[in-house]
Ligand binder design. Structure first.
Ligand SMILES: Nc1nc2c(ncn2[C@@H]2O[C@H](COP(=O)(O)OP(=O)(O)OP(=O)(O)O)[C@@H](O)[C@H]2O)c(=O)[nH]1
Ligand SMILES: [Mg+2]
Length: 340
């Protein structure tokens, strides 16, 4: 049986794990090494980037699907049966469950694990839950790193579960090839609340809990919105029109249709060159985020105890200097910034 990953800061110290070559082991398919590197990413351990650098040339093969929706719509339950279907088709699967809960409600992660525990003995399914609290680098940085690890480990498809909060949908769409938005009937009029930005990033809509009353209405409403949007945007035939699928994750219904839609969408993206464009954009986002994080970290470390910074803070507070001029002054002292 697979051993539980040991978590802890010492596990990831450069002098220990890093010199043991986690990347090399991951490329050989070592699940425990992958679990340890994921810990390092989560804890923002020094030296993690060295491992990720080594892995990067071997990534880009996995297909990344983001699944998002309000709390309790059935994302984890759906992912559980989705994994089953993907495994039936011979695909290996990585799952990253992002839990934005407060430090006091770690229970959601436990719930997610429980709902997916049917795959715990399957070596070809790698599930990782992660809490976002305390992440300084933001959702995308850590998640992209984790995607790279699972990709390098050889997973064919990587599913990323996030709770949709308006911004969540947009964030997940930036890091995935396909964005699946999940709704359920009886959770208030979510369709009405759906913002234009969310409609734009959705590739597939899932109306889960189809065993409950009102699911067909939600589907109709969504289709109406998609239709109106396509009229308003005078979209062309070469544009993907989001699908709306009814599922009953608990009863394992509608899942094959979801898998088919994901594949159909993928074929569409490949044929139209859109997949390449999306990945190009993802690379741009990752590069810009990395620059932003590195500059921020560098400046923060160099100035946190700096008298000059304090002096500028005081001047900004007293309106002697505006923050824009103060920022330029600081930035100028760091040019050129030497990054490691
Ligand atoms: N009736 C019905 N219940 C469902 C269905 N899918 C999930 N549920 C139930 O809905 C509840 C929430 O399911 P989860 O899979 O944890 O939902 P989630 O969206 O992952 O929740 P969070 O991760 O907390 O945001 C559980 O009690 C599930 O058993 C479905 O298709 N029909
Ligand atoms: Mg969940």
């Amino acid at each position: 049986m697979r051993k539980k990953a040991n978590k802890g800061f010492n596990e990831c110290l450069p002098g220990k794990d890093m010199s043991m070559g986690l990347a090399k082991k991951i490329l050989e398919g070592d699940i425990q090494a992958a679990a340890r590197l994921l810990n390092c990413i989560e804890d923002e351990v020094q030296g993690t980037n060295e491992e990720l650098k080594e892995l990067y040339p071997y990534t880009g093969k996995a297909y990344v699907v983001g699944l998002t929706g309000s709390a309790g719509v059935g994302k984890s339950t759906l992912i559980n049966v989705f994994i089953k279907d993907l495994r039936k088709k011979g695909l290996t699967v990585g799952v990253i469950v992002i839990d934005p809960t407060s430090p006091f409600t770690g229970g959601a992660i436990l719930g997610d694990r429980l709902r997916m525990q049917g795959h715990s003995l399957d070596q070809e399914v790698f599930i990782r839950s992660v809490a976002t609290r305390g992440w300084k680098g933001g959702l995308s940085k850590a998640t992209i790193g984790m995607i790279h690890v699972m990709d390098a480990l050889g997973k064919d498809i990587i599913l990323v579960e996030t709770v949709g909060t308006g911004q969540g949908e947009i964030e997940v769409s930036k890091i995935s090839d396909a964005c699946v938005i999940i709704l359920s009937p009886g959770a208030g009029d979510e369709v009405q609340m759906m913002k234009a930005g969310i409609l734009e990033v959705a590739d597939i809509f899932v109306v889960n809990k189809a065993d409950k009353e009102g699911a067909a209405e939600v589907k109709l409403k969504l289709e109406g919105m998609i239709y109106s949007r396509s009229l308003a945007a005078s979209s062309t035939l070469s544009e993907w029109k989001p699908k709306v699928i009814l599922t009953n994750a608990l009863g394992d219904k509608g899942i094959e249709e979801l898998t088919e839609s994901v594949f159909e969408h993928r074929n569409f993206l490949t044929a139209t060159g859109e997949l390449e464009k999306r990945r190009q954009e993802r690379a741009r986002t990752e590069l810009m985020d990395t620059i932003k994080n590195s500059v921020e970290k560098h400046i923060y470390q160099a100035t946190s105890k700096d008298a000059y910074l304090e002096e500028l803070v005081n001047k900004v507070a007293s309106r002697e200097v505006d923050p824009y001029t103060a920022a330029s002054k600081i930035l100028r002292t760091f040019t050129p910034i030497v990054m490691n």
